[in-house]
Design a protein around this ligand. Sequence first.
Ligand code: HEC
Length: 243
Amino acid sequence: MIAAGLMVSFPGALWASTGKVKLDHANIDIHDTESLRRGAKYFANYCFNCHSIRFMRYSRVAKDLDISEDDVSKTMLFTGAKIGDAMNIALDPEDAKRWFGVAPPDLSVVTRSRGVDWIYTYLRSFYKDESRPWGVNNAVFKDVAMPHVLWELQGLQEATTGTINSKEGVEHTVITGFNLIEKGKMNPDEYNNVVRDIVTFLAYVGEPTKATRLNLGRWVLGFLVVYFVVMFLLKKEYWKDVK
Ligand code: HEC
């Protein structure tokens, strides 16, 4: 059964009694252009040093998010990159491996592989752990090689733990919540919104054609209806003298 520690509820990731972290809902709206624009900016500032999104081109972001190419060039473009280029990074994978132990993966389709709720929870679940190289661990990604790059905004939190018993009766120590021990520049609500914007942007990067595809679907259906009617009339016309 769940220990008393779990009765106190903290914001952030909580372990469900199954032993798996319960993910928080990202509640994103992929058609919210303002959120997408903010997300693109945060991504450029805080993630793009290490993570490429190479299925995406700068020019496409400018067009889809209605940001001028000039603005994209000034705020997002890597030195030497052109507006029509894929969004690669300058970081050498070999160097990255030496520094982090693992090369930071490309994030083009990460919202599809991990899901938006996972990433939303992940970016809010770093906690202090002196035994780790960057001084932090993560509740949904144990022993993660990524530093808490947003700590300035979120601050630093400490994990509170409790114990649960598995079905087999084995006792596990699990994270039950977080306490903010060092304040960041933002309060928790503001920070959650920043993370939501980043996740929205990544969801768009993973499915940039989602909006256009919906429209296309309507066109295709409309075309099929018209086509069917024309064919039906033609058939009638052809066979009218035969019978
Ligand atoms: C200093 C380099 C660095 C920065 C900056 C950085 N990351 Fe990472 N990130 C990593 C590394 C290294 C990993 C691989 C972790 C591992 O496998 O243990 C990683 C892993 C991830 C993963 C998990 C990918 C997967 O499916 O396994 C996500 C999601 C992620 N990062 C998102 C972000 C976002 C969003 C930002 C910006 C807010 C960001 N990262 C900034 C280095 C970085």
